[in-house]
Design a protein around this ligand. Structure first.
Ligand SMILES: C[S@@+](CC[C@H](N)C(=O)[O-])C[C@H]1O[C@@H](n2cnc3c(N)ncnc32)[C@H](O)[C@@H]1O
Length: 224
């Protein structure tokens, strides 16, 4: 079995066993191949917006001899999916804004039983804000380190309710609950970055700078 990168390993760790998986933006299909080979999933749809990545995916699936269990699909987000085809939806390796747009364009994700594993490469705060204002609940998050960078991965379900969250929740989500060395490092890097951004905009946009200082201070209080 091919080893996954630490980032994709963290994504795989949140995928629920025995469910039909859709991997959106699959590229090389490493994740679906791993999920089937390791017995986490029996069936995956590996989807991508572009033909080039799907060619890579085809090669990987054929090399693994998994053509019966991994179907390839050209699709912009979940546009070419029927609601009943998958119950575990993975969207990894894209920006948080694009991930939010893909979810918004597929309202059938709000049907009961769907579970989302989301791994934003940027703007996780925009993705969290979208999720919590649209009735999605972040069940837990994990933090991984890959090639010197830290990433969060979210386990998400639709609950349809407005849940009151603490101030600035969109910036840190469920990461404080992880209580691992990496999650603490993630939070302290984030607090540092926000306060540095605030410093740089103190004159140009004092109101925004003030907010970022407050977020940074709040995050400091969440670090053990
Ligand atoms: C950086 S790769 C990530 C591959 C893999 N998911 C991972 O996490 O390593 C991003 C992939 O998303 C695909 N992509 C970008 N926008 C997309 C969209 N709207 N729908 C489906 N796939 C998309 C790209 O073609 C590319 O193959």
């Amino acid at each position: 079995m091919k080893n996954l990168s630490p980032r994709l390993e963290a994504v795989a760790s949140l995928v629920r066993k025995g469910r039909r998986v859709a991997d959106i933006g699959t590229d090389h299909a490493y994740l679906p191949v791993y999920l089937v080979q390791s017995g986490v999933a029996d069936f995956c749809i590996a989807a991508d917006l572009r033909k080039g990545p799907l060619e890579n995916a085809k090669k990987a699936v054929e090399e693994a001899g998994l053509e019966e269990k991994i179907i390839l699909r050209l699709s912009d987000g979940l546009q070419k999916f029927e609601p009943d085809e998958a119950d575990e939806i993975v969207i990894a390796g894209m920006g948080g804004i694009l991930i939010a747009q893909i979810i918004e364009a597929a309202p059938w994700l709000q049907k009961g039983g769907k579970h989302l594993v989301l791994q934003p490469m940027s703007h996780p705060e925009v993705l969290r804000k979208f999720l919590i204002t649209n009735g999605y609940n972040i069940l837990c998050e994990t933090v991984c380190e890959d090639a010197g960078k830290l990433y969060c991965v979210m386990s998400v379900e639709f609950c349809g309710e407005y849940i009151k969250r603490p101030a600035f929740y969109e910036y840190y989500g469920e990461i404080p609950q992880c209580k691992t060395e990496l999650s603490e490092k993630y939070l302290s890097n984030l607090a540092f970055r926000l306060s540095r951004d605030a410093d740089s905009m103190r004159c140009a946009d004092p109101a925004r700078a003030d907010k970022l200082y407050k977020v940074s201070e709040k995050i400091e209080t969440l670090i053990n």
